[in-house]
Design a protein around this ligand. Structure first.
Ligand SMILES: *[C@@H]1O[C@H](CO)[C@@H](O)[C@H](O)[C@H]1NC(C)=O
Length: 694
């Protein structure tokens, strides 16, 4: 139906068009009129961050002259920001997560850069184009530009040390083999930082605010003040290095005010001191104010939740009400804030870090899930913290336009998968190269980091190391003795049969073969005879946070300080060593898969495979339920989605939809102890929670 009104409008439109065709002056007039109407309409609307703050081309950027509030191009700015690590979120979802952050009323996104991913092998760099397993996650320039497209400013934390519950705090493991004293002025360390910054910083300095880009702030190092013996000159050298690579600022350091802020700061270089904390906001803010009375307050890390450890079987939860109360105290102080984290994502692959209890012996690896009980879950769902924060953040920016929160993606994929193929351990090790030269018939063990480089000059950083030795057992109940600590789990096999216990929960890590044990004996259940002894050692992730610097520099596997002896038999050869990095390419390309005949304990360690077809409309995010399994690592269509341990708090593993495809999909599992017959894909995550939070 065409109404009279519509008919009239069309007539007028046709008349104007015919006039314009004939009359150039009228044409210009109509153009100017329409443009003005659009402009006036836009000027009356709430503005974007970039338009409101006049960020268009080079400008003065963020300043700290007013002690009560930041100033961006002369206008007050309370920074409301949230952390998203681009290397923990599938790039297909970067925009979705950034939009969710902007809709919250945040004006900035904060991220670290992980050195050990950007330089996966010494002098080999990867910023999205390296062709390695994690390459697709590493286009940091694209992420920063996308933040700008989504109307967000950027707080950039280049490291070199980033903590972040990330292997070795983001440091590349080759530094351990080089004997570099990390986080210090040791030239062996600083020269490597210089080379890395020489690659990273020229990519991001064009994106700093001084050049019209989105980056408003750069951090120098990270929580350096939490070390017992910090070396102040190191911070000075780092800042100067960043200057040399063209960083203009605004520079800041971040530490917990109580008790470590002052020692991590470099105020003499006019570097802003900022605070990291979760509890006691009044005390923390007052301490920062006292240390730095003349500058605005920024909480760089207000911890919205916490991360989980494998060996502590309860999911960390920070109740929303308590979170909200603390956030309110911060904002009313008044202070600017970055939510660490807004959205945690996943620590894919072998890249998780670990903590200790401030003792050299203790060790607690972090889970693959980095859900963090944050505002947006690992799979991108909103939590109660999100809606509660939204009003607070938006109220701080009444002049800004805030887009509506994007819808949550549906999760529909749930499937029971039968494991149909297996590759027994004895077949897997047949695919390994023969140990050569320094790795054959050794007197002592050698750490993963000290294994020789391959023909390309690349060294192993993650995964497993396999030590083998000839064994002659002369008496029943022969005992193997291993002194020194194991980094981190050793599975002992005799002729391919596992001798060490199944790890059921974190409490068992004091037994033979686990990190908390030392000088333990293992009774071998074999009859007298000649055998091959195998010790498969898993690197469960390098410690990322310490107060005593030396404890950060921990090599993995077994080394010269581990001694092995035998009662009731003798060794018939030296030790052969083979690196087993379990790279996804290698695992996926292994030949010799056979139809599955064994299940349970006998079938482990081994690789197993499930294949399944999907039509494109069936593809969605999903979770792999690991209950019923024990411990291992999972590859989805040739991508390592991380480790699992059913005795820990994380019961499901996130599989983002972009890892799946229409057609045939393959899941490969390396299980250490017990191969279950089935595996489930489920739509909801599951964590073991403390009773009080139900
Ligand atoms: C900017 O902040 C300062 C300090 O809080 C305040 O005195 C001033 O009124 C603010 N200016 C505007 C335009 O809101």
């Amino acid at each position: 139906m065409v109404t009279n009104f519509e008919r009239t409008v069309v007539k007028i439109f046709q008349y104007v068009r015919s006039c314009c065709r004939r009359n150039t002056v009228l044409k210009i007039f109509v153009f100017v009129l329409i443009t003005s109407i659009i402009y006036l309409k836009m000027a009356s609307l709430p503005a974007t961050v970039y338009r409101y703050y006049g960020i268009d081309g080079p400008n003065v950027g963020l300043t700290t002259t007013n002690p009560n509030v930041f100033t961006l191009n002369g206008l007050n700015l309370t920074i409301t920001s949230g952390t998203i690590h681009y290397f923990r979120v599938h790039p297909h979802y970067w925009r979705d997560r950034l939009r969710k952050l902007r809709a919250l009323g945040a004006v900035a996104v904060e991220t670290y850069a992980p050195w050990n991913l950007h330089e996966p092998y010494k002098d080999v760099y990867d910023f999205g184009d390296g062709g390695f397993e994690m390459s697709r996650f590493l286009d940091v320039v694209k992420f920063i530009n996308m933040a700008k497209e989504e109307d967000l400013l950027v707080i950039f934390r280049p490291g070199p040390y980033i903590c972040a519950e990330w292997d070795f705090g983001g440091l590349p493991s080759y530094l351990l083999a080089d004997g570099a004293k990390v986080r210090s002025t040791d030239p062996k360390f600083l020269s490597r930082v210089d080379k890395y910054f020489g690659q990273l910083l020229p990519l991001v300095t064009p994106l700093q605010m001084a050049n019209g880009g989105p980056i408003i702030m750069f951090q120098v190092e990270n929580e350096y003040g939490s070390l017992r013996s910090p070396e102040h000159q190191y911070m000075v050298e780092l800042k100067k290095m960043m200057d040399r690579y063209g960083v203009k600022g605004l520079y800041f350091t971040a530490d917990s005010p109580e008790p470590s802020l002052e020692t991590g700061a470099i105020p003499e270089l006019n570097v802003l001191q900022t605070a990291n904390f979760k509890m006691d906001p009044e005390l923390q803010l007052a301490t920062l104010r006292q240390l730095q009375p003349d500058k605005p307050i920024l909480v760089t890390e207000f911890w919205t939740g916490w991360f989980d450890h494998w060996d502590k079987p309860v999911h960390e939860v920070f109740p929303a009400l308590e979170y909200l109360q603390k956030l309110k105290t911060i904002l009313e102080y008044p202070a600017s804030v970055n939510l660490y984290v807004f959205h945690g994502g996943t620590t894919f692959g072998f890249l998780n870090g670990a903590n200790n209890d401030d003792t050299e012996e203790s060790y607690h690896p972090d889970t693959s899930s980095y859900d963090y009980d944050a505002l947006v879950t690992e799979a991108g769902d909103y939590t109660p913290k999100y809606s509660a924060t939204l009003q607070m953040f938006r109220n701080l920016h009444p002049n800004l336009y805030h887009p509506p929160p994007p819808p949550v993606l549906p999760r529909t994929l749930s499937l029971s998968l039968l494991i149909t193929q297996e590759l027994p351990w004895t077949q897997i090790v047949k695919q390994l190269p023969e140990p050569q030269g320094v790795l054959k018939n050794r007197k002592d063990f050698i750490f993963m980091e000290d294994l020789p480089a391959d023909e390309r000059g690349w060294k192993q950083s993650y995964g497993y190391v396999r030590y083998t030795r000839g064994l002659k057992v002369t008496q029943p109940k022969a005992k193997l003795r291993l002194t020194g600590r194991i980094r981190d789990i050793a599975i002992v096999l005799v002729n391919g049969k596992r001798q060490t216990i199944i790890l059921n929960d974190g409490m068992e890590t004091t037994q033979f073969g686990f990190w908390a044990s030392q000088e333990e004996e293992l009774e071998l259940s074999v009859d007298p005879g000649d055998y091959t002894l195998e010790i498969l050692v898993e690197n469960c992730g390098r410690i990322n946070f310490v107060k005593t610097l030396e404890w950060l520099m921990q090599k993995k596997g077994l080394g010269p300080d581990n001694q092995m002896s035998l009662t009731g038999g003798e060794f018939t050869s030296g030790i052969d060593v083979t690196g087993m990095p379990f790279l996804a390419d290698w695992v996926t390309s292994l030949p010799g898969w056979q139809d599955r005949v064994t299940v349970g304990e006998k079938a482990a360690p081994s690789l197993v495979k499930a294949s399944f077809g999907l039509s494109s409309d069936k593809i969605s995010d999903t979770f792999l339920d690991v209950r019923g399994w024990k411990q291992g690592v999972v590859y989805v269509n040739g991508f390592n989605i991380g480790r699992y341990f059913a005795g820990g708090p994380q019961q499901t593993m996130y599989i983002p939809a972009p890892l799946l495809r229409a057609g045939q999909n393959t899941i490969i599992i390396f299980e250490h102890y017990f191969n279950a017959p089935m595996i489930q894909l489920v739509t909801e995550p599951s964590f073991l929670k403390p009773a009080s939070s139900q």
